[in-house]
Design a protein around this ligand. Sequence first.
Ligand SMILES: Cc1ncc(COP(=O)(O)O)c(C=O)c1O
Length: 392
Amino acid sequence: MTKFNFDELIDRHNTHCTKFDGYGSFTSDYDEIIPMWIADMDFATPDPISDAIRKRLEHPVLGYCIPPEEYYTTLQDWFSKQYGLQISKDDVTYTPGVVAGIYKLIQCWTKEEDGVTICPPVYYPFADVIHGSRRRLVEAPLLIKDERYYIDWEALDKALAQSKILLWCHPHNPGGRVWTAEELQRVATMAKQHGCLVISDEIHADLTFSGHRHMPFPSVSDDAKEVGMSLMAPSKVFNMPGVIASQMYIPNPRLRDVVFPYMVQNGLAHASCYTYSAVIAAYKECGAWSKACMQYIEENVELVRKYITERIPRLKMIQPEASFLIFLDCRELGFRTTDELASFFVEKAGVMLNDGSTFGTGGEFFMRLNVGTPRSVLEEALKRIEKAVNAL
Ligand SMILES: Cc1ncc(COP(=O)(O)O)c(C=O)c1O
């Protein structure tokens, strides 16, 4: 028996919560819909994190703050424990969110109209950030075989030849793929050959399932260290994305000596006055919570796999190797447009999922299901989907 209660139903309405309060415009049946879209979990954030924030807020002055020494030693301990890596304090810096970090890294290393490669279907803000910074989007779509994603090496080679940066998702969202050391080493070597840097978004790293291993991109080879920059965070694994805390890990001094001062000059070095306390509490005190949570998530994933195999065989799923997101292959449902498919899930099944087409090329007629939720909610959602699919 775990001492943490992931079955607890917590009402998240009216907390300015994106997942529950932020989709009203999509449906008239707002209260009846189960929201299973944006990537946070419905579990209570672990107590040590909330306690640390409360404690800091007891002080009467909410002034500017600097990262305490303990922030760095905590990250060093975490890297050692999680990935077997000894890092130096100089290798890491705070960043106010992974997407903001990606945006600034692209600005730092490229100019307008330079190419930035992504491998879709992939986390949709990647394309947004590239368009938003007026860089040129270059695609090397992933291959899908037997409901598993693979790198299209030929397409990647061509794409990198026209790019300055590869924006990499590791583990992959929405496919949940944990890239192997061999794959990462080959990506790094190819990037280096083309003179490309690699921004590796590793926000889901610490949600890697048993039987798989996450390795921060720059750690996999000398080439990877030369070209790689990782963005990592406690936000997904400890369910604290609203704290806006992440970190860059850049072990190559030639890269970080450019990037870290650039972040300061661009006003992206400041954390809120309670952020460091929260991050330290998360990494230091919440390991047992995250282990228990991971077990719960893996059981949820298995529940979905079994349920759709046995009861909704027209749906297929990409088996995730990390995180609480499942990409459902809905191509056999026979919808003519992706809009029709997305509104089928909301209007007919009563569940709000992410439309796979928003993840770009190859995501069409897929839907992303967030299983970071109590089991009873997931079971109800599966029943609803089954009923709606049977009625088609
Ligand atoms: C791959 C990936 N990167 C980044 C983010 C968001 O990061 P942040 O909230 O730190 O900007 C998410 C959130 O879902 C994600 O899945």
